[in-house]
Design a protein around this ligand. Sequence first.
Ligand code: ATP
Ligand code: MG
Length: 391
Amino acid sequence: MSQDTSLPPLLPGSTLGVLGGGQLGRMFVHQAQAMGYFTAVLDADPTSPAGLVSHHHIQTDYEDPQGLAELARLADAVTTEFENVPAAALAALAAQRPVSPAAGAVSVAQDRAREKAHFVACGVPCAPYAVIETSEQLATVSSDLLPGILKTARMGYDGKGQVRVKTAAELAAAWDAVGQVPCVLEKMLPLQLECSVLVARGADGAMVHLPVQRNLHRDGILAVTEVYEGNLPLALSAQAVAAAKSVAQGLQYIGVLCVEFFVLQNGSLVVNEIAPRPHNSGHYSQNACDVSQFELQVRTMARLPLTQPHQHSPAVMLNLLGDLWFAQGDAEQTPPWAAVLALPGAHLHLYGKREAKRGRKMGHLNITAATPEAARATALKAAALLGIAPF
Ligand code: ATP
Ligand code: MG
């Protein structure tokens, strides 16, 4: 069903459906339930984080026609928590129920080549790049793009599907190593820092945003997000918000969209990529803002009004990766939750995953405080207790 702006809002008591049962789906389900909605999750894994807490859990693949039909029967509207959900599944659901974001927007986010073409079309600068789909394209790549990062066009996340290359020979070897699938080669840029913005756009075109997040990645995975006044120069934040809104507007996007940016050493802003859903870097909003990214997701899909979120507390978010569950020598351990929760302003979020693995996102810790200095000081204490390197 195309999004009809004349449709009435879906009020509490309705059922909201989500494709994907990961942690983002779980936090969406928690928020929807807090607001009085029923929820339906489609995910084949019987122990998926969102499936475990939802009123309904349909345990089929994303492309199973019966599973999709059941989701359409149960849910009054459908969203996604996972950008690699097949666009065809969203399109099939959209024939019966309002789906946000739409399959077209999700399919742009699924493909780095299309994503970059969209940035160019919106006039938002991105890293210089070339699409590599054939041996001819590989042979004619400009040496200006080296050193660079070869990224598979589809299915990458947390730095997976990426190879750093310095020479044409390394590039050719890397393309072989990823199986000669369609890729983009991006020029390696001198980064000063990374930041991201979450925007929400309603079916009526209204847009709001969360404050700009400053992000620290380690080994290609988000490690720390800091959000408070002074985390970034004001002019840069304003530029990032404006760029994120034009990217959303250009897609006629409905829902919550995360736009990730690089700030280069010369201070200029370059867009990296988009995620068509709430994002790890927006988790601080659960405890630091009057409206969280998950409430924005509920509101956009239920066609409820969007009010501009207000951040009431400076915040630092620490990602809790599975590594914290292993002591030296790989002995299993339980992180020191009681000591962490003795810190004022510490808010623990765990995703209910049965098994910890290194690099696996198990939860996050939001730290709020009255001042940025206090939030950072408490976050550093929590990091020390948990065995997370200081930042
Ligand atoms: P995720 O989906 O978890 O955000 P991803 O696998 O999609 O990650 P990217 O965001 O493309 O990967 O890259 C991961 C990290 O690698 C970036 O956050 C940045 O630190 C670094 N990186 C990526 N591209 C470049 C580039 N062109 N120049 C310099 N550093 C880069
Ligand atoms: Mg990224």
